[in-house]
Design a protein around this ligand. Sequence first.
Ligand SMILES: CC(C)(COP(=O)(O)OP(=O)(O)OC[C@H]1O[C@@H](n2cnc3c(N)ncnc32)[C@H](O)[C@@H]1OP(=O)(O)O)[C@@H](O)C(=O)NCCC(=O)NCCS
Length: 218
Amino acid sequence: MRHQPRVVIIGAGGHGRVMLDVLRCQGTAEVVGFVDDAPGLQGSTAHGLPVLGTVEDLVKLRHQGIEAFVAAIGDNAIRAKKFACATEAGLAPWDAIHPSAVIAADVTWAPGVQVVAGVVVNTGAQLGNNVILNTACSVDHDCRVGDHCFIGPGARLGGTVKIEEGAFLGIGAIILPNLRVGAWSTVGAGAVVTRDVPARVVVVGCPARPVSSQKHQP
Ligand SMILES: CC(C)(COP(=O)(O)OP(=O)(O)OC[C@H]1O[C@@H](n2cnc3c(N)ncnc32)[C@H](O)[C@@H]1OP(=O)(O)O)[C@@H](O)C(=O)NCCC(=O)NCCS
């Protein structure tokens, strides 16, 4: 039987469970367990698999034969940090892609992409490192999605949209064609973006407007 890389999932919460399902459906890696920094989880089980330690333990786990990781954390800034820790520990980012996703042949992505069930990525799109494309979102032709972005369930990107590093799009957000969402900005659930969004703001509504929010991204 062909060797299957041993993969650990960083984050034992809801998105970790989704990634476990994606990896099992994908069927090309052996998921050995989770790591999670939340106190008290280590040594327990999550979703039927062991919690093997914290991110601090990744070097030790690499010496035990674990080769790759998926950073299954919805918060973009935290996911970016864990991604950096895991690659520094010598693990490779694993591309977790659900078999029901439809991805055009010329789409390119950097390592560590997470593509959940029902996603469509159209021709010419480019995805950065550690990007999450959540359930049934669509990324249309020639879009650019930067490193560490999160595209929420059912979100829709028109053609040639640019989503800059670390931007977060909530459930069902719509970005009209040719627009840009600036780095580390948040687009609220259900928002319709009709103009460029600057960096590091939160926008909500239809048409989307800036809102004062407690949610901060670096
Ligand atoms: C936009 C968002 C980030 C704001 O978060 P927050 O800072 O905790 O929100 P607040 O409760 O402080 O909201 C600030 C104001 O914006 C409004 N608001 C919040 N989210 C909104 C949304 N999506 N659409 C319209 N208005 C919204 C609130 O009603 C509030 O208005 P008020 O000041 O008149 O009462 C959040 O509401 C959101 O939409 N997150 C996306 C979640 C998501 O889709 N996650 C993916 C899970 S898989």
